[in-house]
Design a protein around this ligand. Sequence first.
Ligand SMILES: Nc1nc2c(c(=O)[nH]1)N[C@H]1C(S)=C(S)[C@@H](COP(=O)(O)O)O[C@H]1N2
Ligand SMILES: [Mo]
Length: 300
Amino acid sequence: MAGRWRNTLNWSDVTPEAAYLSRRQIMAGAGALALGGLAGQARAAEGGLEPNTFEEITSYCNFYEFGTGKEDPKRNAGALTVDPWSVKIDGLVDKPGTYDLADILEGVSLEERIYRLRCVEAWSMVIPWVGFELADLLDRVGVQPGAKYVAFETLFRPEEMPGQRAPILDWPYVEGLRLDEAMHPLTIMATGLYGQDMPKQNGAPIRLVVPWKYGFKSIKSVVRISLTETEPPTTWNKASAREYGFYSNVNPQVDHPRWSQATERRIGAGLFSKRQPTLMFNGYDEVADLYAGMDLKKFF
Ligand SMILES: Nc1nc2c(c(=O)[nH]1)N[C@H]1C(S)=C(S)[C@@H](COP(=O)(O)O)O[C@H]1N2
Ligand SMILES: [Mo]
């Protein structure tokens, strides 16, 4: 994809440039929906999946490597070098190695996935990602039988990431999934949004997106993916284990110790708009099977 960089982009603009993307979509539930077919025609999305604007998605961000303010990433991420970029894949895999991003992208098919994003802070957006299923990548490198978890790591480069020069979090940012969560078809590695290369503030050039979990699980600017036998440490859990569990599935019945998770504020909905109810698994009911028999209050 061309790395075009526009400040404003409307949903209707996306249609021509995204038209070549694979239309393989998960239509079950509210997983994703097909792009509007008519050129220049904005399409009303089904199931409350009207995407936020490009401006909203790229201006209101959490990326503490660039500062803790919502507008800090947009202001500070311009200095990030995203080319060259490689991802080290190691641990319990048949073909460990440091893979150039281009090599990773060669073997996958990019597609658009319009997903809700629910931040643990109780705001939400809808984002039209471009990406590929993490399972496709894991299948290519060959997951060994002993692997039970997937660990992820963000770039550590304090020269370009001013937030990393302060002990805001335990750097580098790390995250993790259980292997079955990582292999679920809803779990993607995203390389763009609105049909363009990933804006730096949203986790260029490649980031994880797990739509049924709180946003902090969707780790940005990934440089390492490791298959492990034991549950990997995760950044927000290390910062405050009683507030941020390993699973962190969106769950309106399990409140954060300091605020309710029953409702959320949709970014861009307007100052006087009503909060909307938060849905179990952020509305992605198809993942419920992954947690059959688990106490989701205990494993929050
Ligand atoms: N490396 C890294 N990844 C991160 C974060 C971060 O601070 N650093 N913030 C997380 C949080 S809290 C959220 S809500 C989402 C926000 O993604 P967005 O800014 O692209 O909407 O990114 C997640 N991934
Ligand atoms: Mo978040």
